[in-house]
Design a protein around this ligand. Structure first.
Ligand code: UDP
Ligand code: MG
Length: 316
């Protein structure tokens, strides 16, 4: 079919044991692409699947020359699959989506419209989640709200990794070599013009979720430790509280009569407070080491004007 624009859109799909639904995903996406004016490439990142997923995707390449495969040597996890996938893209815009069609392809049209209107990141905001357990919905709702409170980066609520990113954003992400990446947080951290489209998350077409509770917990920990020092500050708060409490206690007991036992209680709280406070201080220094070790760029320059050779890569 004749394409009316020469934009290339890359779609990155992490795949882990999706043999039951992958064929339908490919068929649905190819049918979708046929009706779009842009060029598309589909980059499947096989995250160490132990089933026929790769074989099925490879076979589909005979019929669709826009399919590309990045195959991991083992299961490295969803976030690293996305991280790798976007590095292999060459599109002007990059879309990340689940390989189980939980993220409806039709939403991509809306994302592209907003991108063409000037947005650099268009993330999908889930207004509903079909076919997911009450447990998952509740834990996710609580987690994203807590994370928002304790982090200093504005990570949008009810948003997974389904999103469109401009090439410039993808280039910045590709520079971030984080050991345990929390991609949705990193995209927020990068900045630029970010906006959302609302969508209804569908039931997965086949198979079961590849996110058991253990992986969910790990993702949540990565989110917190990547973007918040709150847990480390907790020791400071508890320590300060304990010291204040000890002096309050001392004051009250001095008024009402003071004995050895009460002095012991006072000392206990005072020492515990000092101990926790020191721990918090150690934590604060540790966090700086941790921040430095992440090697995030210190800042990102969105655009420059008036320079002889405008450099897109002037971050350090
Ligand atoms: N996935 C992956 N590696 C993993 C777990 C999941 O690449 O270790 C893929 C999976 O195949 C799917 C996407 O990441 O395309 C999201 O996983 P899933 O759909 O199981 O999570 P849920 O939608 O249930 O949160
Ligand atoms: Mg899914």
């Amino acid at each position: 079919m004749e394409k009316s624009t020469d934009d290339l859109v890359s779609i990155v799909l992490p795949v882990f044991n999706e043999e039951q639904g992958i064929q339908r995903t490919i068929d649905t996406l190819e049918a979708f692409i046929d009706n779009q004016p842009q060029q598309f490439e589909l980059i499947f990142v096989d995250d160490g699947s132990r089933d026929k997923s790769v074989q099925l995707i490879s076979e589909a390449r005979q019929f669709h020359n826009n399919i590309k495969i990045v195959q991991f040597s083992r299961n490295f996890g969803h976030q690293l699959a996305i991280t790798a996938g976007i590095r292999y893209t060459s599109g002007d815009a990059v879309v990340v989506m689940d390989a189980d069609l939980q993220d409806p392809p039709a939403v991509i049209v809306e994302m592209i419209k907003k991108w063409q209107a000037g947005a650099d990141v268009v993330y999908g905001k889930r207004v509903s989640r079909d076919g997911e357990s009450l447990f998952k919905k509740v834990t996710a709702a609580v987690f994203y709200r807590t994370l928002k409170r304790i982090t200093n980066v504005d990570i949008p609520l009810d948003t997974g990794d389904f999103r469109l990113m401009d090439r410039q954003v993808v280039n910045e992400l590709a520079k971030m070599n984080e050991t345990d990446p929390y991609v949705r947080g990193m995209v927020s951290w990068v900045g630029f013009n970010q906006t959302s489209v609302e969508y209804e998350r569908q039931e997965r077409i086949a198979g079961v979720s590849k996110y058991p509770f253990s992986k969910m917990l790990r993702l949540a920990m990565d989110g917190v430790t990547s973007f918040s020092s709150f847990p480390l500050q907790l020791a400071n708060w508890l320590g300060s509280f304990s010291i204040i409490f000890s002096f309050g206690y001392l004051f009250i007991t001095l008024m009402t009569g003071f004995n050895t036992l009460q002095f012991a209680v006072f000392s206990l709280f005072l020492l515990m407070g000092l101990g926790l406070l020191s721990l918090g201080l150690v934590g604060a220094y540790l966090f700086r080491v941790f921040e430095a070790s992440r090697k995030r760029p210190l800042y990102i320059v969105a655009r420059t004007k008036g320079f002889q050779s405008a450099s897109k890569h002037s971050s350090t």
